[in-house]
Structures are given as structure tokens and as C-alpha cells.
Design a protein around this ligand. Structure first.
Ligand code: SF4
Length: 365
């Protein structure tokens, strides 16, 4: 396990962020803020995949009211994303926001910041100070353009100046994000923040791209930071559905040994020895296990421990992987050998293989 950088602990609803809390996973809604039913469905789907915190844009007072309806039906903590208008922040808090994402510098002066900080403190809500290269203050942006400050230094200074505005109001339940759209700057700014503040850090690469490049960029940046003990909550920002962001975020944490819940599937890339349709069987196993996991989460609550499953193409590496997995399929001559706890138990056809794995997974719960 990695040594974690020490930070203060902040509560976002029932989720602890920072201190010795586990690293949480979050995502953001991509639907019309007034589409209450669709948003609740998306939140539930994200929750069942392992999401801890869900963020919604609140661009109007009407959206703040919809936020309240969604909050009543949400199984997880909700963050209201606010820009420019402090009245929207107050309305979101009145409608149950567990946290706000704002930049204190862009909600219209000290008096408005004070009102928002007081309302957040009264309701026990946290505030995430979120800065990115597009939100830099004029002076910092100029210094960056003129080469006086690096991107990471400019972002770090911007974030800390926003934190100071809140702390000057006596408000300390602060999480910071300072996102660059490339990996090197992202790593650099969070390293600076980890040195200069004890606020918990929300880490991610902003506008990381579509699924494949976005997942790779996010994995590289978040993997490096988390392995250095930096980062308390993660968002993988993709041009894709929020559920995919959660899946990638969970997989990053799982690959670092920071989460064990949820389906964990090992599968080989196939080669000239493969005599089964491994791609479709492995995909179907993954899909079905996610469904089983979702049902278990609905029944038992989040973070259900789940068997490790291997789906291998042939007998070269299959039996070895089977020994390290709870359940394994190992391709043979057109069908599969099923292993349970490292022991071969039966031969199954390709048609039956997925159902057999699911049956054994369910029997182990
Ligand atoms: Fe090829 Fe077998 Fe290795 Fe899969 S397990 S890559 S089929 S040798």
C-alpha cells in the first residue's frame, strides 16, 4: 500500500474525503438538469458501478429546484456545480446539496462569498474549489502567457488564493481541484498542492478526451499521483457516459490495490493458439458480472467483495491464471474447462460458459 499524504478530512454527505478515508470515485451528470427521472436513473446506474459522489450542473434557479427533487431520490452524495451566481449556490444548499463546486473568485465579491460560506457551514456542506487553465485570474493568466509562471504554478497559486478567500471567512471544509488538460501539468500542479496545503485533493485530467485516450491519460496521471500518495477523490473526465467514467476510475483504483469491490476479470489477448471465441465470451462474462454486482449492491449496499474471474484462451497460461482466480474459464478445443478455486471442475461449451461462471459467482456470495 502507498503512503498517503496527510490532509484534513472533509465530509461530502456521508462520504469522507481526505484524512485516512479511502479514495472516492465521482462523476458528473451529462443530462439536462431538469430531466429529473433520467438523472436519477443515471445516478443509480453510476452508484451500482461504485460511484461515491455525483455532481450536477446548477445553471438556473429552476435547476436548483430540480436538484432538490433528485437529491430526495439519490442513493449517493450530490455536489452542485455553480458558476458566477452566488444565489444559485444558496438555492442548491437549500435544496440539499452535500457540497458545492465553486470558484470563490467568480461569484461576485467578498460579501457573496461570506453568504455562501455561512450557508454551507450551517448545512454541513463542503466546498470544492475547482480551478483550471480557463479560469485563471487575469494576472496569473498574463504571467503564464509571458512565461513568468509555469502552468502548474499558475494553477496552484489560483487554487490557493481561492482557498484563502474561504478560510478568511472561517470556512475550512474545502476540497481542491486544479486541472490541466495534459498529464505532465496535472501531475506537477497536484505535487505542488500536496506540498503547500492540507486540503484534500480532487484529482483528474480535465477534458481528457474520448474513451480510449481519456482513459489512458487519466490512468497515467492518476496512477502516478495516487502511487505517490497524492489524491483523495478522483474523477475520470471523458467525452462519454458518466457510467464509463466510474468504470475507468474504479479500475484505476483496483489496479493500484485501493479497491477490491466489484468484478475483477483477468483475460488474455488471444493468439494463434486460441480455438474459442474469447473476445465475445470475455465481454459477455464482464457484462453479466457487472449486472450481478449491481444486484448485490442494490441488496447489500456499496462495496460488495466479489470473486476474481479469469477468462483465458488456452492451456498455455490458462491453468496458471486459474490457480490465482476464484473462478476461471480456460479455452480448450472449441470449448472451455471451468476451474473453481484452481481446480478443474467441468468442461463447458462456449454457449454455456458465461451462464456457468455467473452461477458459480452467485453460489460463492
Ligand atoms: Fe495465447 Fe493461450 Fe496465452 Fe491466451 S493464454 S495469449 S490463447 S497462449
Amino acid at each position: 500500500m502507498f503512503n498517503r499524504t496527510q490532509t484534513r478530512r472533509v465530509k461530502v454527505g456521508n462520504v469522507s474525503v481526505g484524512g485516512d478515508a479511502r479514495v472516492s470515485v465521482q462523476t458528473m451528470c451529462n443530462l439536462n438538469p431538469l430531466a429529473v427521472d433520467e438523472i436519477v436513473s443515471q445516478i443509480c446506474a453510476s452508484y451500482e458501478l461504485g460511484c461515491d459522489i455525483y455532481r450536477l450542473a446548477v445553471p438556473t434557479l429552476e435547476a436548483a429546484e430540480a436538484f432538490g427533487k433528485i437529491k430526495k431520490r439519490s442513493p449517493i452524495a450530490l455536489v452542485a456545480d455553480i458558476h458566477f451566481d452566488y444565489r444559485l449556490a444558496l438555492a442548491a444548499l437549500e435544496n440539499g446539496a452535500d457540497a458545492l463546486r465553486i470558484n470563490p473568485g467568480n461569484i461576485g465579491g467578498e460579501e457573496n462569498v461570506r453568504k455562501v460560506a455561512q450557508a454551507a457551514a450551517k448545512r454541513g456542506a463542503a466546498i470544492r474549489v475547482g480551478v483550471n487553465m480557463g479560469s485563471l485570474e487575469k494576472d496569473l493568466a498574463r504571467k503564464y502567457r509571458e512565461g513568468i509562471l509555469s502552468a502548474s504554478e499558475a494553477l496552484c497559486q489560483s487554487a490557493l488564493s481561492h482557498v484563502k478567500i474561504l478560510e478568511d471567512q472561517g470556512f475550512g471544509d474545502i476540497v481542491i481541484s486544479a486541472k490541466a488538460s495534459n498529464v505532465a501539468d496535472t501531475i506537477a500542479v497536484y505535487r505542488l498542492l500536496a506540498e503547500r496545503t492540507d486540503c484534500p485533493l480532487h484529482i483528474g485530467v480535465t477534458e481528457a478526451g474520448t474513451l480510449l485516450p481519456g482513459a489512458v491519460r487519466s490512468s497515467v496521471a492518476l496512477g502516478i499521483l495516487l502511487s505517490e500518495g497524492i489524491g483523495n477523490t478522483v474523477r475520470v473526465s471523458l467525452t462519454d457516459r458518466p457510467e464509463r467514467e466510474v468504470l475507468v476510475g474504479m479500475e484505476i483504483l483496483r489496479s493500484l490495490g485501493m479497491r477490491s469491490a466489484g468484478p475483477s476479470i483477468t483475460s488474455c489477448p488471444t493468439c494463434g493458439r486460441t480455438k474459442v471465441d474469447l473476445f465475445s465470451v470475455a465481454s459477455a462474462v464482464e457484462e453479466e458480472l457487472h449486472k450481478v454486482y449491481s444486484q448485490l449492491v442494490r441488496k447489500n449496499g456499496g462495496d460488495v467483495a466479489f470473486p476474481h474471474v479469469a477468462v483465458m484462451g488456452c492451456a498455455v497460461n490458462g491453468p496458471g491464471e486459474a490457480k490465482g482466480a476464484d473462478i476461471a474459464l480456460c479455452g480448450a478445443d472449441g470449448d472451455f474447462v471451468l476451474y473453481v478455486k484452481g481446480e478443474a471442475v467441468e468442461r463447458v461449451s462456449q454457449v454455456d460458459a458465461v451462464r456457468k461462471v455467473v452461477d458459480y459467482v452467485v453460489s460463492l456470495q
